[in-house]
Design a protein around this ligand. Sequence first.
Ligand code: ISJ
Length: 385
Amino acid sequence: MKLEEVRKEIDQIDEQMLNLFLRRMDAAAQVARIKAQTGQPIYNQRREQEILDEVTKKAGAYAAPAKILFQTMMDVSRALQHNLLGGGKELREQIEHADAAPLRERVDAVIACPGTKGSFSSLAAKNLFPDSTLAFYPRFYDVFDAVKKGEATFGVVPVENSTAGSVEEVYDLLLKHRFFIAGEEMLPIDHCLCGVPGATLSSIRRIYSHPQGLNQCRGIIDACSAEAVACDNTAIAADLVAKERDPANAAICSAQAAQKNGLVILKKPAQDIGGNTTRFIVISRTLIIEPEADKISLSFSLPHVTGSLHRILSRFAACGLNLTKIESRPMENSRFEYLFYLDFTGSARAKDTLSLLCALSGDLPEFTFLGNYAARRESGETADI
Ligand SMILES: C=C(O[C@@H]1C=C(C(=O)O)C=C[C@H]1O)C(=O)O
């Protein structure tokens, strides 16, 4: 057979398959109506397993791909049923009625930042909320606590750095509190190695910073043969070095934090890799979706079943949503089970995306919609505060 002939055959098969797929979806819609009358849940694991066992048995050499095909068909059949029965109604209402007032205009807001004046998070906060009041808390934990208690309207915390990777503690706190993400900021991070007046590169024996700062500046720590000492925050490290007045101590922090504490800069930039950038998020107890929101964050857990993550991701891809970040964190009180955290490009107000989110909220264990906000593609200026 010639290529053209085989392709003709494939076209015919596709047409038949498409018709059968449409019939299958119509049948699933009928099942949904019956389930609504009888009060049965949409998901029937036993029935799906029976179908998959049968497919695997009959598909011979193509058992594995046939299984993927049928699993995907059942995923979309369930999604259709969730939508027909108004699944994720609460989420739909929450998204449709979300507050859309821009962050920049919230002049009465109090913004919780980790560290003290000059911390990188506070520089990011100043860019996001130029006219709001900043309140400082020692640790990321305390920032989340301040937002929880209502002491602060929002919190600004770092989530990832281009050199050192994710700030895992922040992901864990986010997944524990299930706060919304209302915005993000990216800052170029230029670290300084600084000490008290009189300190030199050769007098340094201990270098204080947040673990992220230490990880971004391994080269200079090794060059000084110094001990790396972890602190809650880079600006707190600067404060500590200033108070101890020991020329053997140095801090890795922003130039602003060095200046505020009267420290002298021994090396700038102190980081190993050029273009060092950190991404920060705004955490909020209430859902805020600014009009230009184009990034969606969510989390869920998954059963340890072959292909379960792939199947979810393929549903996002089918909706035209591009995955920009995935993180898995161990779940509390369970061994080697994970919560997945995902960022996608997209607007939750777009019809198809909203339907997908609502279907997933009914389908996935521990599903949480974490927000829809304006993605930053370029780094903001490092503000002076
Ligand atoms: C269609 C049904 O609903 C769901 C979808 C299934 C499918 O697409 O085959 C199977 C079981 C259910 O999880 C059903 O219950 O039959």
